[in-house]
Design a binder for this molecule. Structure first.
Ligand SMILES: C[S@@+](CC[C@H](N)C(=O)[O-])C[C@H]1O[C@@H](n2cnc3c(N)ncnc32)[C@H](O)[C@@H]1O
Length: 202
């Protein structure tokens, strides 16, 4: 892991914090731009970037191992449409201008099942507006989770923001099964996929 990380991190990463960062400047064009929050091992980020070469993907996680895995994929597949961010999405989204990206993905966010820990969930009332501020009107917020209660509370939080359409249900065909999802399936939990479109609003 160390070798590929050391060699490629500077070339393909974006700083978590800093000046405003317009995706068009980063990727050099007006590609459809996606932010994957909590990319984990990064297998989806790599597979999506390979199959969607005209889309631009920013993948963020606090863990170095997943970032290194994506960098290995960048090298193997000679990808130019991926950037990694090693850090906290709550900080990074503030660098992205309002209405500057097309999709935000939150796939299998940490479930925080205990009631007293629900305020740590990513898709929660007090964070939705900040996390989704960079989404364009017409842009899409996607969630996959195998925790029914997470889907319910996220849907409530998104609805109460007043910024999104009602959710649509259904797994995108490009969303490959990750290690995390596979474990849930083995334990008898199926994924719920929800997508909301941003509309004009606060
Ligand atoms: C349960 S894992 C799922 C990973 C991956 N999406 C998958 O489907 O396999 C959740 C991931 O979200 C990351 N994460 C949690 N909070 C985060 C934050 N504020 N910013 C960036 N990543 C975060 C964790 O480090 C972890 O890798």
């Amino acid at each position: 892991m160390g070798d590929v990380y050391e060699r490629l991190i500077e070339r393909w990463s974006l700083e978590e914090d800093g000046d405003p960062l317009h995706p068009g400047v980063v990727f050099g064009d007006d590609s459809r731009t996606i932010l994957e929050i909590g990319c984990g091992r990064g297998d989806l980020a790599v597979s999506y970037a390979v199959t969607h070469p005209r889309h631009a993907l920013m993948a963020i996680d606090v863990h170095t191992r997943g970032i290194a895995n994506i960098l290995a994929g960048v090298e193997t597949h000679e990808l130019a449409n991926v950037r990694v961010i090693e850090g906290d999405a709550q900080v990074f989204v503030r660098r992205l201008p309002s209405c500057s990206i097309d999709e935000i993905w939150v796939f299998f966010p940490d479930p925080w099942p205990k009631v007293r820990h629900r305020n740590r969930r990513l898709l929660r009332h007090d964070l939705i507006a900040t996390l989704t501020e960079p989404l364009k009107v017409g842009g899409v917020l996607r969630l996959a989770t195998d925790i029914a209660d997470y889907a319910r509370t996220a849907a409530d939080a998104v609805a109460s923001s007043g910024r999104f359409s009602d959710p649509t249900l259904g797994r995108p065909d490009w969303r490959i099964e990750t290690v995390f999802e596979r474990r849930g399936v083995r334990e008898g939990r199926d994924a719920i996929d929800l997508a909301w479109t941003r509309v004009e609003g606060p």
